[in-house]
Ligand binder design. Structure first.
Ligand code: MG
Length: 305
């Protein structure tokens, strides 16, 4: 399944992609549940769905199946007309992994760490498909970082999760562009400012459930700026794999449903190019990952947004 959060009449709605359409999962599930006892009504927000994903997943799939069979047409919106928001607009945590590809650590002139290097992002930095990344008025050092992101589902409330059980917590995957303001990142020793500028966290276009991805450690990540390839690497070159990252995070904080974990960017970012390259007004950034689609965002000066 491909799950989305989209805007309708100014409100966020929770849906699933069905062919060229989005089905409204809350409204369609209510209609289907009235006829079919096996289907449960689904919530209006994906965060509430993920909190109960183990019991609600089958109902979402039943809605998608009925919609594909033409039984729920009144609950469809054409995908092409929809404004997509970040798939999980308000995750309780966004924990990012830094320096998780050796080539990227090398290009940045940084050491490879013995344990994952983590930093926090705030949910409000997120933007969805086609929304503009903003060039801040205080800096022009705006850089791209295409990344595979993990989304956790129900059951993700344990501490000290072992590697063997870690993948059970994963509900799906999405694409994250960990857009970074380099001078604000490196002028001090903490990443918080440089990684949390307004409109700097493109995510989407959708959440793809885990069953559709055979091996998350065998996916190609490609980042293009104005159609020119800047990053291309396979997730099999990650230093810390997903179970290792989750086990490490669970050493110190409870993993929760809806948590979003961007797993690090490969080589090819802008600031260590010769000469350095940064995003500017008018650019278009695309991050493509095998099986997850293409996350596309224009770049605009902050004054225009
Ligand atoms: Mg990153």
């Amino acid at each position: 399944m491909k799950l989305v959060t989209y805007e309708q009449f100014g409100q966020p709605r929770f849906g699933a992609v069905v062919g060229e359409n989005i089905v409204d999962l809350e409204r369609a599930s209510a209609a289907l549940a009235a006829k079919t006892a096996a289907v449960r009504p689904l919530p209006a927000a994906i965060e509430l769905f993920l909190a109960q994903s183990s019991v609600l997943d089958a109902s979402a799939r039943a809605v998608v199946q009925a919609a594909a069979a033409g039984q729920l047409d009144v609950f469809l919106t054409p995908l092409a007309d929809a404004v997509l928001l970040p798939p999980v607009p308000r995750p309780s945590k966004i924990i990012c992994v830094a320096r998780n590809y050796a080539e990227h650590a090398r290009e940045a002139g940084l050491q490879i760490s013995e344990i994952p290097i983590l930093f926090a992002r705030f949910a409000s930095t997120q933007i969805g498909q086609d929304a503009a990344i903003s060039v801040p008025s205080v800096s022009h050092q705006l850089d791209w970082e295409g990344e595979l992101a993990v989304v956790l589902g129900a059951g993700s409330n344990g501490r000290r999760i072992g590697k063997a059980e870690a993948m059970d917590l994963v509900y799906g995957y999405t694409i994250f562009n960990d857009v970074t303001v380099r001078d604000y990142q490196f002028r001090v020793t903490q990443y918080t400012a440089g990684k949390n500028f307004r409109h700097s966290g493109p995510c989407g276009p959708w959440l793809v459930t885990r069953d559709e991805i055979d091996n998350p450690h065998k996916l190609q990540i490609v980042t293009r700026i104005n159609g020119v390839e800047k990053q291309s690497a396979n997730t099999d070159t990650m230093i810390f794999d997903i179970p290792t990252i989750l086990e490490h995070i669970a050493d110190f904080i409870d993993l929760e449903p809806g948590d979003l974990i961007p797993t690090g960017t490969p080589a090819g970012v802008g600031f260590k190019r010769n000469p350095p390259e940064f995003l500017k007004d008018g650019d278009v950034v695309e991050v493509e990952i095998t099986g997850l689609g293409i996350l596309r965002n224009p770049v605009r000066n902050e004054e225009k947004l």
